[in-house]
Ligand binder design. Structure first.
Ligand SMILES: NC(=O)c1ccc[n+]([C@@H]2O[C@H](COP(=O)([O-])OP(=O)(O)OC[C@H]3O[C@@H](n4cnc5c(N)ncnc54)[C@H](OP(=O)(O)O)[C@@H]3O)[C@@H](O)[C@H]2O)c1
Length: 253
């Protein structure tokens, strides 16, 4: 008989498969928002509203999972804390920093991101509270958990700093692009994406669940092709673009 656990397990493998398909597709079709926005993708909405609508499901569904089914052991709350910290910034703080300086976003991108965040929030929420590993305090004494948490914190700091440096490039109402400098922009074109990737790889290493790894896979699927597209765009747009800068991972690519 079908029960939620078997549906949950099937959904995770399907979800990982879709991440792989998305990864290869995004090398051919760059998601049409921000500098890659183009005609033919339907109506637009203000970017600040899109970010709030897109990211809120991840935050609220995870919290809802903890309310509906509080985890048996206390360690899962630590992972909830990391999630809430990240998504409070992404849902409420990030969109309201210089809202007039962001390119409007196609509704179709916002809609697909809402769908992604609903599934991702459900999978990680149910994994942390019911279907995934049981996190007692001894879980946090494992070297891999400590490594994962350190990666997550480093990723968050890199992501926040990189986003702050980007948003500071425009005064309210300005919409042009400049070459960013400072922080990890010394090494890569997209340290915000590098930080985000580190965060969710760290989360997956620490939580050690298929759901968390599926999120890390989706983050790579979205951000690796996009970082390469940003990098090509910078090089084509600015003739004096620093030649030693890589796209995403310092010293590698
Ligand atoms: N976990 C995931 O799968 C995932 C997916 C997507 C994004 N994110 C995260 O969400 C955040 C935003 O993502 P994004 O794709 O919008 O990042 P982005 O392309 O780097 O843009 C971030 C913001 O900075 C502005 N900007 C970018 N480069 C600029 C430049 N050279 N000069 C002036 N302004 C510049 C952009 O304006 P425009 O909008 O006008 O280009 C936008 O408002 C990042 O922290 C990213 O890591 C996560």
């Amino acid at each position: 008989m079908l029960n939620e656990k078997s549906l949950f397990e099937s959904l995770i493998w399907l979800w990982m498969f879709i991440a792989v398909v998305t990864f290869s597709s995004l090398f051919r079709i760059t998601a049409p928002y921000g500098r890659h926005q183009r005609q033919g993708w339907g109506p637009l909405i203000p970017s600040w509203a899109a970010w709030m609508l897109m990211e809120a499901p991840s935050l609220f569904i995870l919290v809802l999972c903890f309310v509906v089914q509080p985890p048996a052991l206390p360690g899962a709350w630590v992972f909830l804390g990391l999630w809430v910290l990240h998504y409070t910034n992404r849902t409420f703080i990030y969109p309201l920093r210089n809202p007039s300086g962001q390119t409007p976003m196609p509704l179709v991108i916002c809609g697909s991101a809402i769908l992604f965040n609903v599934v991702n929030g459900y999978l990680n929420g149910r994994s942390l509270t019911l279907f995934g590993p049981q996190y007692d305090w001894s879980w946090f004494a494992k070297p891999l958990t400590v490594l994962g948490l350190l990666l997550w914190v480093a990723g968050l700091c890199i992501n926040l700093q990189a986003d702050r440096l980007l948003l500071a490039l425009r005064r309210p109402g300005e919409t042009g692009y400049q070459v960013p400098y400072g922080g990890l922009y010394r090494f890569v074109s997209c340290p915000n994406y590098f930080g985000e990737l580190l965060e969710w790889i760290g989360f997956a290493v620490a939580a050690a669940s298929p759901a968390a790894w599926s999120f890390a896979a989706w983050t790579a699927a979205n951000l690796v092709p996009r970082a390469l597209a940003h990098h090509r765009w910078y090089r084509a747009r600015f003739i004096d673009y620093p030649p030693e800068r890589k796209a995403l991972v310092p010293f590698l690519f």
